[in-house]
Design a protein around this ligand. Sequence first.
Ligand SMILES: [Zn+2]
Length: 160
Amino acid sequence: MTAFKKNLEYMSSDGSFAVSLPATVLEKMHQECIKTLPNETGGILVGSYSEDMKFATISNMLGKSKNSILRRSSFTRKGHDYLQALNQLWSKNQYYLGEWHYHPLSSPSPSSRDSETMIKLSLDKGLNCPEPVLIIIGGGKNAWSISVSVFSNGKRIVLS
Ligand SMILES: [Zn+2]
């Protein structure tokens, strides 16, 4: 049987923010998570925005970089790790959209540190991404879970 790979759509309750995530990209994240268990892992999301910036279409994700620090309850990536990759994507109209990481065998809810980090990134002029997306993968290969959030004006907006 041919697997039907669709796009997963997440939207804020008021309909003002939406994120589209290809099932193939989610599958790639799950593979990275399985590889790093019991540690966290993560990386960045790339894709494009609608003209009004309210609808993000994820086209791909980049996994951990060589400087990322993977621990059981934290994932730290170094600021400029992805600069070169992002510069190359820029020429294909693909941009930095936000971050993703894994909470091994636990809830995909963002920690307060996760939210603080995202708010900092939203203010980072160098990234030029005032409304970054955060995807957290929870659980494990027997039962994956996911949370999708957008950070706007210093606040977390939950998408479901
Ligand atoms: Zn986290």
